[in-house]
Design a protein around this ligand. Structure first.
Ligand code: PLP
Length: 452
């Protein structure tokens, strides 16, 4: 492990002077953690402190840190062929496209990019062009849900339903509409969960009708809303959305950027619901975060509409680095690891354990709701269980800080502008050991019990 301790202070000064951090205010009161190494579920900072990373970085290190095989796969490919654009082809690109189609358990053609945002941008353009070529040129609007996050580039941000991330950058691309998310915990009094889920799905249909179906290109949704605070829909919601899309000729884009690659306890999140998306977008866990790579999987029947249209069917989308050969080779190795180590099944097992250990906290006065999906968990903190008033930012940050001081990193998600940035999130590597889980559950439970 490299030792940076002699240059520690100098590095921190340079960090402050030169590095503009994402997702953190400039000159944040607490300096950033300078991470120097990772192994399994654990990371080490420049001061030698170790932390269990129960957020897998930014929801992506599915296979865990320190996988030599992944580095070797990229290294060998970099020596053989470091780069070539996918306007032509290369072997790891071909092999990975086939493998992804196999993982999707259905017939898809794969378009590569570098990030989740780009995968969604490509999906929107493909949906719009598809309708143009289908003699339906008016279909350009995309329906999404409030509280969803779909990326930081202008189109993906326009699809995002979190005002906190958008309001300083309006106006973004036009043609994006938002509807109520299936947030069952905050459903109106007197409604059952099922009634509320169906009402939320119904809003999609009403939006389609009010806006005119001939103007709607697609609906985009994550299998569960993750970054917006772990909002898990009921099966009836997902079934109804699929049925509505089909009936109105609207494409269904499923954003698997977080839920893909075993995270949900199945290969993809939508497999849990028996969904048949027209387009699936993916990133993060595709390489376990080791290199940037993303993909937009397009149902073959849609691709064929492009393929049968000669020059007019040309998808005019340039992406210089999309499908870099080393990233593809690494992704192939990553999928091999997930398969050989049974990490998809392991995620299901670990998710069930996490949920059952956290269930004991339901009676805690600060815990309003606990929601899980595969090996993802959200705990919604409230100041008052009866009114569901969200816990204060200080309370939420205090708990996260106390976990960190005891060697456990957890996340905070929701929506700041709407006042719901009160959901603690857990998304540990799928390779986590039983000992890691013992540490995670014991530490978090203890921190929560200390709030009493
Ligand atoms: N979609 C979802 C569900 C995400 O959580 C994210 C990022 O967190 C994105 C898309 C955008 O991915 P990226 O940051 O790689 O552009």
């Amino acid at each position: 492990m490299p030792d940076f301790s002699p240059e520690r202070d100098e590095l921190l000064d340079k960090d402050k002077k030169y590095l503009w951090h994402s997702m953190a205010p400039c000159n944040a009161a607490i300096p950033p953690m300078v991470v120097t190494a990772g192994a399994g579920s654990w990371i080490t900072d420049i001061d030698g402190n170790r932390y269990l990373d129960a957020m897998s970085g930014l929801w992506c290190v599915n296979a865990g840190y320190g996988r030599k095989e992944l580095a070797e796969a990229a290294y060998e490919q970099l020596l053989a062929l470091p780069y070539y654009p996918l306007s032509q082809s290369h072997v790891p690109g071909i092999q990975l496209a086939e493998k992804l189609s196999e993982w999707l358990e259905d017939d898809y053609v794969i378009f590569f990019s570098n990030s989740g945002s780009e995968a969604n941008e490509a999906a929107f353009k493909i949906a719009r062009q598809y309708h143009q070529q289908n003699g339906d040129p008016g279909r350009h609007k995309i329906i999404s849900r409030y509280r969803a996050y779909h990326g930081g580039s202008t189109g993906a941000l326009a699809a995002t339903g979190q005002a906190q991330r958008k309001f300083k950058y309006e106006s973004l691309g036009g043609g994006f509409l938002h509807v109520r998310p299936p947030d069952s915990y905050r459903r109106p009094d007197g409604m059952t969960e099922e009634q509320f889920n169906l009402l939320c799905a119904q809003e999609i249909e009403e939006t389609i009708v009010w806006e005119a179906a001939e103007s709607i290109a697609a609906v985009i949704m994550e299998p569960v809303i993750t970054g917006g605070g772990m909002l898990v829909p009921q099966q009836c919601y997902v079934d109804r959305v699929q049925e509505i899309c089909k009936r109105h000729g609207v494409l269904l884009i499923v954003d698997e950027v977080i839920c893909g690659f075993g995270r949900s306890g199945r290969k993809f999140g939508h497999h849990n619901f028996g969904l048949k998306p027209d387009i699936v977008t993916m990133a993060k866990g595709l390489t376990s975060g080791y290199l940037p790579l993303s993909a937009t999987a397009v149902r073959r029947t849609i691709y064929e509409r492009f393929a049968s249209d000669g020059e007019y069917g040309h998808f005019r989308h340039v992406n210089t680095f999309g499908g870099n050969p080393a990233a593809c080779a690494l992704a192939l190795k990553n999928l091999e690891i997930l398969e050989q180590e049974g990490l998809v099944d392991r995620a299901r097992e670990l998710g069930a354990r996490l949920e059952s250990e956290m269930r004991g906290l339901r009676a805690h006065p600060l815990v309003g709701d606990i929601r899980s999906f595969g090996f993802l968990l959200g705990i919604e903190l409230v100041a008052d269980k009866a009114t569901k008033q969200p816990a204060s930012a200080e309370t939420v940050k205090g708990i996260i800080g106390q976990c960190k001081s005891r060697g456990l990193i957890i996340g905070r998600n929701g929506d700041t502008v709407a006042g719901y940035n009160n959901v603690l999130t857990f998304c540990p590597p799928l390779s986590s050991t039983d000992e890691d889980m013992n540490f995670l559950c014991a530490t978090f439970t203890d921190v929560m019990n200390n709030q009493l």
